[in-house]
Design a protein around this ligand. Structure first.
Ligand SMILES: [Fe+2]
Length: 377
């Protein structure tokens, strides 16, 4: 009796629907089914390697400003992909440089993209087919998001130095979901709910909502944006959340003073944390496992993996401020963010460890770091 590889195919399309595997019988290749095993293609990774630029895969990057970039033909500049382990392929990042006096190639895509300017100044032009273009200027520290699937082109405003930016996108999720690059990069659909051609789209005054939410399509400088008190996370921290361009992804800036540290918490994957000021360290660990420590400074980036505890410490001499680019818009719910009850005590079912419940070593290490800094170490 010939027996096909029952179980490898859904029964609805298997040619062996009415057969069952008999103990001791081995599948053969004489059933007319393909001989090759099913291959799970990762369209996103295939697209990344087709771009011909380096890829960093790690938990942590010490300094995004000093990474070496390579020519990126599709983009018209230089770049490097940052596929940090903590993203779980739900989002990604890249660094790009615009050559002095040049513009990148215009592009549009079906994934969201938040752009943070690391160095330089310049402008971005945004448009949709058949409508007038509009251009807005940016500088170091600016944060914005070309609305979903709008054409956009970035220009370097200086002729004597490159402009460098960091982008966090939802490309892995979108490219792997549709696995059709023509759909992702050459799609005429216009999201009228996300972009309107009014000339003040990027310059209008933002709106502050309760829960420290600032909605605006352009943040001039995240490094000096005025923050609001955020008692729940401890460490006398302050924070503001940004809602940009009707995105499902979100961003926030947090700051905490000298000689303080925040409470440990955990949430979904893909929160890219970029240090804007201060020197300190973060701990990350899966529940019940050993803690990993990452020492940071301005330009460092870390992405805590899905539901790993993480905790930020400032034993330095100036306030520590960071920008987080991640899933978790407050306007649009998305399961991947898993950020509900992040401020609730884990003893009550939440995802935050109160100071009195943390491992004693956490405070001991912090006191050692403070003492070391005081001694000039
Ligand atoms: Fe976090």
């Amino acid at each position: 009796m010939e027996v096909g590889p029952v179980g490898l195919l859904p029964t609805s399309c298997s040619k062996t629907d009415n057969r069952t595997m008999t103990t001791g019988e081995k599948p053969t290749q004489s059933t007319g089914l393909p001989a090759d095993p099913v291959v799970q293609r990762n369209f996103y990774k295939e697209w990344v390697s087709s771009q011909g630029i380096p890829v960093v895969e790690d938990y942590f990057i010490e300094d995004v400003n000093s990474l070496e970039l390579k020519p990126w033909v599709q983009k018209g500049g230089k770049g490097i992909f940052l596929n940090l382990i903590g993203t779980g392929d739900c989002n990604d990042a890249y660094i790009c440089e615009i050559p002095p006096g040049k513009s990148l190639n215009a592009e549009r895509h079906m994934y969201e993209e938040m752009i943070f300017i690391l160095k330089g100044n310049g402008a971005t032009t945004v448009w949709i087919d058949g409508s007038a273009k509009q251009t807005f200027e940016w500088q170091e520290g600016s944060l914005f998001s070309p609305p979903l699937n709008t054409w956009h082109q970035l220009h370097n405003g200086r002729g004597d130095a490159p402009a460098r930016f960091l982008a966090v996108t939802s490309a892995p999720l979108v490219i792997n979901l549709y696995h059709n690059l023509d759909f992702v990069f050459n799609n005429p659909f216009v999201f009228r709910d996300r972009y309107q051609t009014r000339t003040d789209f990027f310059s209008a005054e933002g709106r502050m909502y309760p829960a420290r939410i600032w909605e605006s399509n352009f943040i001039p400088n995240a490094a000096n944006f005025r923050l609001l008190e955020w008692k729940e996370r401890g460490g006398r921290s302050s924070n503001v959340r940004f809602e940009l361009a009707e995105n499902t992804m979100g961003a926030h800036v947090s700051e905490f003073p000298v000689a303080t540290y925040k409470k440990a918490h955990r949430h979904g994957p893909g929160a890219h944390i970029i240090i804007l000021s201060g020197k300190g360290y973060s701990l990350m660990w899966p529940d019940g496992a050993e803690k990993m420590r990452f020492d940071w400074k301005p330009g460092s980036m870390v992405v805590p993996p899905e539901m790993w505890w993480h905790q930020h410490f400032n034993p330095g001499t100036i306030p520590a401020r960071y920008l987080a680019l991640r899933w978790g818009s407050k306007k649009y719910q998305f399961q991947l963010a898993q950020n509900e009850e992040m401020e609730k005590d884990r003893r009550e079912g939440g995802h935050q460890i109160e100071y009195e419940d943390e491992d004693p070593e956490v405070k001991q290490w912090f006191e050692q770091a403070l003492a070391s800094n005081r001694a000039g170490g």
